[in-house]
Design a protein around this ligand. Structure first.
Ligand SMILES: Cc1cc2nc3c(=O)[nH]c(=O)nc-3n(C[C@H](O)[C@H](O)[C@H](O)COP(=O)(O)OP(=O)(O)OC[C@H]3O[C@@H](n4cnc5c(N)ncnc54)[C@H](O)[C@@H]3O)c2cc1C
Length: 389
């Protein structure tokens, strides 16, 4: 069993899909591996623009857009592979880059022909950077509790409110903003709008000061009556809430894949170290107790991978993706929380040194616990499905 295995070792993918994953691997090696520790240490406020530009130039930005819309036509399984190999170097970058991959897809899946004509070229070339704005200062998990108001005005809507945890807030030019049109309808009143973030009525805060996740460039967004024409309503009231929940299975599968990627890398580092370091006259790997630790990590990782790839199959081909995605995310997040400290333990005190990325990976893996539904929310979902039978 290879510690660095990924979806290519588990699922049959087309040559084109494998090529996209290999491209992502080269991109991560070139742009992420040498820089990720420095970004975190220096509190880099978001991914540098040259990295985003290189991502676009590599052809990865539009990899998952269907060929009929001018994209690369990569499968969802390939997307999972891309996410996983980037996360091996940096989970935070993987979050940021998957957001960029999702930008054009949201337009393809939900936009009108007119919206696609106006926005897709910019999104696919990397000139337009999208930010997804659901979370608010007072509500994250409780999406139906969205308080940002959308008020009907002549020819469109006015948005008033505040969004929190906006990834790419430092570089985004276009917001996908969820807002409430009728509080009495809770989720059914929520609509989704394309918002030009350059407008004077939109203001981003300074990026959050984070000990993990600086490169995601996270900000608050304040909307002070920004006008959105009817032509920029991406999802109407009554459909936005359901569609957001519909896309969550894919998002949860991405997060599970990130956990598998980062643990695969940490296990490879621990394995290498255990071969090189000696104690009591033999290499660490020759001590059975140490081998058992690596065996436990490898078994945990393999189980999480199987759940992640099963979820990816269901998201792509239809089936009970809700339960599979919630289970995959829950198990992969817990697996990372359990195994990353164990990988560090193999290196003894050296595991704390910055020359190894393990402490950075450990902290960044906590992000996976919150994004796209906390583990309590996954368990709530799984529990409800059990009750429903
Ligand atoms: C790095 C990062 C990037 C992010 N990027 C974005 C982004 O781009 N756009 C965006 O909109 N959001 C983003 N988020 C926000 C993310 O989606 C929220 O953090 C997430 O939805 C959880 O919301 P919350 O943090 O407000 O926690 P809360 O909802 O306040 O929950 C607090 C605690 O209560 C628990 N809890 C809540 N409800 C229940 C329940 N019913 N049963 C049991 N326990 C419960 C939660 O599990 C959690 O432990 C990002 C978050 C992070 C960490």
């Amino acid at each position: 069993m290879k510690a660095r295995a990924d979806i290519r070792d588990h699922r049959r993918l087309s040559d084109a899909d494998c090529d996209f994953i290999a491209r992502a691997e080269r991109f991560a090696e070139h742009f992420i591996r040498p820089n990720a520790a420095g970004w975190e240490r220096n509190r880099q406020p978001g991914l540098p623009r040259d990295v985003v530009a290189a991502w676009a130039e590599s052809g990865l930005l539009n990899a998952c857009v269907p060929k009929s819309h001018g994209g690369g036509g990569a499968s969802f399984l390939a997307k999972i592979g891309i996410v996983e190999v980037i996360a091996r170097q940096c989970i935070v970058s993987s979050f940021g880059l998957v957001n960029l991959l999702n930008g054009p897809l949201r337009l393809v899946q939900n936009g009108t022909d007119d919206q696609r004509t106006r926005y897709l070229p910019g999104l696919m070339s990397g000139k337009t950077i999208i930010a997804l704005c659901l979370t608010e200062p007072q509500s994250g998990s409780d999406f139906a509790g969205t308080a940002t108001r959308a008020e009907r005005v002549n020819g469109g809507w006015k948005l008033i409110g505040k969004k929190a945890w906006v990834t790419h807030g430092t570089i985004a030019t276009l917001g996908i903003v969820y807002a409430q049109t009728d509080p009495s309808r809770r989720g059914k009143g929520i609509a989704c709008f394309l918002v030009d973030l350059a407008k004077a009525e939109c203001s981003m805060s300074a990026p959050y000061t984070l000990d993990a996740g600086s490169a995601a460039g996270i900000c608050d967004l304040t909307l002070e009556g920004v006008f959105v024409p009817d032509s920029d309503v991406l999802m109407q009231p009554g459909e936005a809430f359901a569609k957001a929940l519909g896309s969550i299975n894919a998002a949860r599968t991405h997060v599970a894949a990130m956990c598998c990627g980062v643990v695969g890398e940490a296990l490879a580092i621990a394995n290498r170290y255990a071969h090189e370091r000696t104690a009591f006259g033999q290499s660490l790997i020759e001590h059975q107790g140490l081998r058992f630790k690596l065996a436990d990590i490898a078994a945990d990782l393999e189980a999480a991978r199987q759940l992640t790839y099963r979820s990816a199959d269901l998201v792509e081909n239809g089936g009970d993706g809700v339960s599979a995605a919630a289970i995959a995310k829950k198990m992969a997040v817990e697996m990372a929380a359990r195994t990353l400290p164990e990988c560090m333990a193999v290196l003894g005190a050296n595991g704390l040194k910055s020359e190894y990325p393990l402490a950075r990976h450990l902290l960044a893996a906590r992000i996976a616990a919150f994004a796209d539904g906390t583990n309590e929310i996954q368990k709530d979902r799984i529990g409800r499905l059990i009750i429903e039978g």
